[in-house]
Write a protein that binds this ligand. Structure first.
Ligand SMILES: Cc1ncc(COP(=O)(O)O)c(C=O)c1O
Length: 384
């Protein structure tokens, strides 16, 4: 065992100024309902995503749920999404009574494979069973290849919800993540690049849809002095207190992205020479935020698999985590339709996310790398 303090995968990193922002809100007593910090955070997030409007919510999952509801997706519908994602993407599809259909990722980006999407939509078009929506996911801070995705979805008039929960600060061909679909979704969960401890944002150019999202997220209260409801609502709005934290964090976004990208580059420099160790690629179409640095480990070349590395790190009080387990392998989605999945399976088998918090010190990162290099040397495969 080690007496080193634990190094976490992606802990919250305060930008400085959060305490003052919270104090300001408390002094104004504007804890509820909603308030000026929520309004300002929505404006600032819409700008960050390059779209017109935003609704601040309790989570990214809530934002996905509302996006599907606003598109009228419901029982009997099918929604396409990548199998390589966090479960919330697929859970939200189930919330509205629809069924997820899982598509594989590409080796070159780890994001939704546009060629498979084309095949799936063309086939479904001939069968008259087009999906109600497609949810591409900007994985680990990397945008999907949106040109072909939007082209084919546009051709078949299938609406796109961009799950950019992990990708605030990333861009695709110079445009920021979050603005590519009819709706975009962000998460401010505690492990994200910008956190409000928990929170999310739904963004869109459709002003009326965002107004409706705010209405549904506030228990769908019709205008009346008493409580009047003509549809089902949710308690999904973000608090003014948390929005104040989010604004301070968001103002530091560029520095946070720069820090995560620098961490990625150091990992590449310090581990890239080890046999069998590879890194999540960054295609020419975009600039990733490198929310998490993900490596792949070829056990034959390295001498140990990614699980051995994870356990070696854990033994030294360092948190790392396997790449997302594909949705088609999850017991809860057993039997779901899918196209492909082998790429995602391999990435899950060989992929490991390393500590990547924007507050990670060089000394701590060196400690992480030392453990990985040490394991390689022990196995006779490492070269330093
Ligand atoms: C791809 C993806 N989608 C959706 C979510 C859900 O966001 P939240 O945790 O804010 O509900 C997350 C992460 O938490 C995620 O990684």
């Amino acid at each position: 065992m080690t007496d080193h303090p634990r190094i976490y995968l992606s802990p919250p990193h305060q930008a400085g100024g959060e305490l003052e922002a919270v104090r300001r809100v408390l002094e104004s007593n504007w804890l509820a309902p909603l308030g000026p910090e929520v309004d300002a955070f929505e404006r600032e997030m819409a700008k960050a995503a390059g779209v017109g409007h935003a609704a601040a919510l309790v989570s990214g999952t809530a934002a996905l749920h509302l996006a599907l509801r606003l598109l009228g997706v419901g029982a009997g519908d099918e929604v396409l999404c990548p199998t390589l994602t966090f479960a919330a993407t697929a859970f939200a599809i189930d919330y509205v009574g629809a069924k997820p259909v899982f598509l594989d990722a590409t080796e070159g980006s780890w994001t939704l494979d546009p060629a498979l999407l084309v095949e799936e939509l063309e086939l479904r078009a001939t069968q008259g069973r087009l999906p109600a929506a497609v949810i591409p996911v900007d994985l680990y801070g990397q945008c999907c290849d949106y040109e072909p995705i939007l082209e084919i979805c546009g051709e078949y008039r299938v609406p796109v919800i961009e799950d950019a929960a992990e990708a605030l600060g990333a861009s695709y061909r110079g445009r920021p993540a979050g603005g590519f679909g009819r709706f975009g979704v962000f998460s401010f969960n505690g492990n994200k690049i910008v956190t409000t401890s928990g929170g999310g944002m739904l963004v869109s150019d459709d002003e009326e849809a965002i107004r409706r999202a705010r209405f549904l997220a506030s228990q769908a209260r019709d205008p009346a002095p008493h409580y009047e409801h003509s549809t089902i609502g949710y308690n999904y709005r973000m608090s003014n207190l948390l929005a104040a934290v989010g604004r301070v964090q968001l103002a530091a976004l560029d520095a946070k992205v720069a820090a995560r990208r620098a961490i990625f580059e150091r990992y590449r420099e310090w581990l890239g020479h080890l046999p069998g160790v590879g890194f999540m690629p960054e295609p020419e179409w975009g600039r990733a935020s490198r929310w998490l640095t993900c490596i792949t480990v070829d056990p034959d070349a390295f001498g140990a698999d990614r699980e051995a590395i994870r356990l070696a790190l854990e033994a030294e009080n360092v948190e790392s985590r396997p790449v997302w387990k594909p949705m088609h392998l999850q017991p809860v989605f057993r039997g779901a339709s899918r196209r492909g999945g082998e790429v995602a399976e391999r990435l899950f088998r060989d992929g490991l996310c390393l500590p990547s918090g924007s507050g990670l010190s060089e000394a701590d990162q060196e400690r992480v790398c030392g453990i990985v290099r040490g394991l390689g040397e022990e196995l006779g495969s490492g070269r330093t």
